[in-house]
Design a protein around this ligand. Structure first.
Ligand code: FMN
Length: 386
């Protein structure tokens, strides 16, 4: 067990992950598309939202417990779906899912994960969420949905903002692949990451577990890259969303909404929740930050009279950011890089540490703002620009 008492903020975890994780996978995590302006503003726009400090309020008996789409969670935070998580650390999705289960927050498994749906089901007992990308091969989507059902997933998260891929310069320059190709540059870099290599040698999970061996024509890695480029469906439409909702039949979360009209369309499709998200600044560079887009979408859904919950993700690096999002009306949030840094730094313990840091910051900041229950927090705790 590592002594993590001196790890006091997410930035500490990021710095250690940068040392421990091979460059191509660290860069894959810590980057956005093109100029990275949206990636940066996702974080920096949170800082513009100021709190009202209150005093002499009884701060005893505080609670962060809430519900997201009717499911109990220890705080309004879930683990976001992230591809290649098992390359930040061997068996990364299993480790993160275990940490989430013990902490009492939902875990979402990406279609593009290294560990498979069945791997997560075998190593956890709490139901997890499965994130689906829409692909041209509808038979494959049906099989993925059936596998998620068989694994007892309690919600399907449908990501709509990746019909085509936003260009991330670093991934191209690094020649991102899984497992890494044995080039001189990669071998030199891996030689500086002994802990990562050691863990990776203990596992067999080094490729896309939900895909290889399950999708037509993908038996090995060499065909996978072309399969991915060919398979993400650029013709995706709301009809597909409705078809998927029907086929799944359970709770549906629609992720990647940045526009009021799309939010209303998603609500009309019967989404239980929408996630205001620009994919962590990895898709449309130049889009506004997620937190700045959130209030208008909440307002639109409210005026529409729809029961759809509005969540947000992008740029959350502290419990204070979660508090800001909740104060603006988000019923929940997702964290991506904050948990990935913890995973890359210290595996399961690092994810737990990331969750502890966020919960602690959320709890104390909520108290400073004069609240003892996260469910009573609202805009009144913020100083709004007139
Ligand atoms: C390395 C990485 C991989 C990602 N892969 C996926 C994915 O497979 N599916 C998906 O819906 N979103 C994916 N995302 C987006 C996240 O779900 C989430 O929207 C984003 O990370 C939130 O921003 P944050 O990292 O600043 O918290 C990925 C994000 C990162 C950082």
């Amino acid at each position: 067990m590592a002594n993590l008492s001196k790890i006091t903020c997410i930035e500490d975890l990021r710095r250690i992950a940068r040392i421990k994780v091979p460059k191509m996978f660290y860069d894959y995590c810590d980057s956005g598309s093109w100029t990275e302006s949206t990636y940066r503003s996702n974080e920096s726009d949170f800082q513009k939202i100021k709190f009202r400090q209150r005093v002499a309020v009884n701060m005893e008996g505080r609670s962060l417990k809430t519900k997201m789409i009717g499911l109990d969670t220890a705080m309004p935070v879930a683990i976001a779906p992230t591809g290649l998580t098992g390359m930040q650390r061997a068996d990364g999705e299993i480790l993160a899912a275990k940490a989430a289960e013990r902490f009492g927050v939902p875990f979402t498994l990406s279609t593009m994960s290294i560990c498979s749906i069945e791997d997560i089901a075998a190593h956890t007992s709490a139901p997890f969420w499965f994130q689906l990308y829409v692909m041209r091969d509808k038979d494959f989507i049906e099989r993925l949905i059936d596998r998620a059902k068989a694994a007892n997933c309690s919600a399907l998260m449908l990501t709509l903002d990746l019909q085509v891929l936003g260009q991330r310069h670093k991934d191209i320059k690094n020649g991102l692949s899984t497992p890494p190709k044995p080039t001189l540059m990669n071998l030199l870099n891996l030689a500086t990451k002994p802990e990562w290599c050691w863990h990776m040698m203990q596992t067999k999970r080094r490729t896309f577990g939900n895909i290889v061996g399950h999708a037509k024509g993908v038996g090995d890695l060499s065909s996978l890259a072309s399969w991915t480029a060919e398979q993400f469906d650029p013709a995706l439409s709301w009809d597909d969303v409705e078809w998927i909702k029907k086929r799944w039949g359970g709770k549906l979360i629609i992720k990647g909404i940045m526009d009021k009209e799309d939010a209303l369309r998603a609500a009309d499709c019967g989404a239980d929740s929408i996630v205001v998200s620009n994919h962590g600044g990895r898709q449309l560079d130049g889009a506004p930050s997620s937190i700045s887009a959130t209030p208008a979408i909440i307002e639109a859904i409210k005026n529409h009279g729809s029961p759809t919950e509005v969540w947000m993700d992008g740029g959350i690096r502290s419990g204070q950011d979660v508090l800001r999002a909740v104060a603006l009306g988000a019923k929940g949030t997702l964290i991506g890089r904050s948990f990935l840094y913890g995973l890359g730094a210290y595996g399961q313990e690092g994810v737990t540490r990331a969750l502890q840091i966020i919960a602690n910051e959320l709890d104390i900041s909520m108290a400073f703002c004069g609240h003892t229950n996260i469910n009573t927090v609202n805009k009144d705790i913020l100083i709004m620009d007139k």
